[in-house]
Structures are given as structure tokens and as C-alpha cells.
Design a protein around this ligand. Sequence first.
Ligand code: MTE
Length: 333
Amino acid sequence: MVRKVVQEVWSGAAAEREVTAESAYIQRRQWLQLAGLGVGAGVAALASGRASALTRSPQAMPISNLPSVSSAVAGARATDKVAPLKDATTYNNFYEFGTDKSDPYENAHTLITSPWTVRVEGLVGKPRTFDIDQLLKLAPIEERIYRLRCVEGWSMVIPWLGYSLSKVLADVQPLSSAKYVQFLTLADAKTMPGLRYGGLDWPYSEGLRMDEAMHPLTMLTVGMYGKTLPNQSGAPVRVMVPWKYGFKSAKSIVTIRLTDKQPKTAWHEAAPQEYGFYSNVNPDVNHPRWSQATERRLGDGGLFAKRLDTKLFNGYAEQVAQMYAGMDLRRNF
Ligand code: MTE
């Protein structure tokens, strides 16, 4: 099934061996083989050395006991290098835990991720509350290497684990009146010191048009680097929308609501002139206070991180541009 998806959606994508160093690629294939049908103990043993020191979340676990885990590649460029886990888990935006880049790593160990449920509701035929085990088993888990481009001008290449959000949406049977999807995330003052930050209206919220939410690249994400998500990365479940600025990829989701009107979203509400509802990565539409033409690629080059030209739709134009045909991307930024 994964192979088919890869061919349909990511035709022309670089092969994984072009993205990752050949030795690492082969090693990872061996891990997957070792793990048999799931990314199980074999991967855990090999991956835990790097993961445990960097994920302060006590619950960061190997993704195991799953029906299947497949390795897939999503459109990474040949020049892309996967960021070290350390960069991906110590340089974060998760304002519920503070506004400095290291705050989520320092503070997010207080997040309680079990038990956790995600309510999917609104304009659907069969509203449903999923617990995490149900979400983990709803569809085969795939590894997808995506670029994440933050609106602030930095980017990273990260191997995520999850599957297309469309699987969850199909399960609840969207009504034809559903035009948008809203994501609402946890807001718990007891465990999230950053809620004192008044710049955003809590809970953090995000949204997509229905066709964007149903696009195969939009990923319900439950893990990274072979393990469950560390708290600072949005445990236990977040979305990844790789052609949009990173703030569209809401972390620690508790509610997914289908609506007929464009939903409120946290950054757009806070500063609509700076953060549009669409927020598609676009090098030609600058943020009012800085250029979006280039990006600093973290995890490639240490302190001297490379500066790269930013690509329209973060390089995923071939897959997603048709959704915006005829739209003025400057007005609908
Ligand atoms: N989700 C929540 N709940 N709270 C946040 O502050 N920050 C967003 C997004 N999701 C954020 C969030 C922003 S601005 C970015 S760039 C990405 O998460 C960062 O994801 P990362 O820390 O895994 O790189």
C-alpha cells in the first residue's frame, strides 16, 4: 500500500538513499528488517542510544506492536540532509512551554500524555473519540521524511511516523457541508507554564480547508526518528502539513472539528496581517518584517547552518499547487 501511495503522490521524489547518507540508509533498512513487521525491539535498541539522552519525556518509546511500519519518502530534495535528533528536539516552538527555542526541551516533561484522547466531531456522520492505541492502529504507520519550514526563516528535515490524516477523517464520515477542519490542542495551565504568555488565545488552534486536510501529504503524526513523539515535539499526536509554514502543524491535539466556516486559528487571530490562514510557504510573499526568500537549514552544517533558497510550497508544488489554481497567493497568503 505504501509503495502505491509513494508512486501516486511522490512520483519524482528523491530516493531515500539520496536524502540520507548511504550507510545510514542501509543501517535503517536493516533495523526495519530486524524489527520484522513492526519497528520493534531491534530499532529500539539501536535508536535508544541517541534518543534517550535527548528526549526528556519519560514516555518516549519505540513505536512497537503495530500491524506494520513502512518506510516511505516524501519529496525530499537530493541536497536535503536529515537533521540530527538533537536539533529536532532541542530547538522547538511550543509556546505552551515557553517562547525560547530551548524552553520546550526544558519544560515539556510536565506534559501528561497518557491517557489521551482525540475527539473528532462537528460536521461528520459518525463523531468518535479515539484513544491513542486506536489511532496507532487505524492505518499502517509510515515513515516520511518531510522538510519543516518555520515562518521565522529556519527549516529542518525530519523523519516522521504516522499516516495520512484522511484516514481519520474518512473514519468519521464527513458531511458534504464540511468545508474546513479545525485542530484544537491541549491547554492545561497546571502542566503548561507558557499559558501565561498572553500573545496567543489558548488553546492553540489551527485549521485547513477540507481538501488540504484530505491531501495525502497531510500527516497525522505520532512519532519521529523511530519512536513516539517526545513531549516537546507535540506528543502524543500532532499534524504535519509540509507545504505550509510550521505553525500550521499543531502539536498535542485533543479535538479535530469539521466546520462549514473558516475556523479561528491562533496566529491568524493574533496578527492577521502577518500570518494568513493559508500560510503556504512562498518565497515571493515576505513576512511584513522579514524576507521569506531564503531559509537557514538547521541540522546541516552546525553553527554554520546552510542558507538555502526557499521553494514555493516548500518544494511540494508538484503535489499541491493544483489546490490553489486561480487563487491570488498574495491576497490569500
Ligand atoms: N503547536 C502548539 N500547540 N503550540 C505551538 O506553539 N508552534 C508551531 C507548531 N505547532 C506550536 C505548535 C510552530 S510556530 C512551529 S514552527 C512548529 O510547531 C514547530 O515544530 P517543532 O518544534 O517540532 O519543530
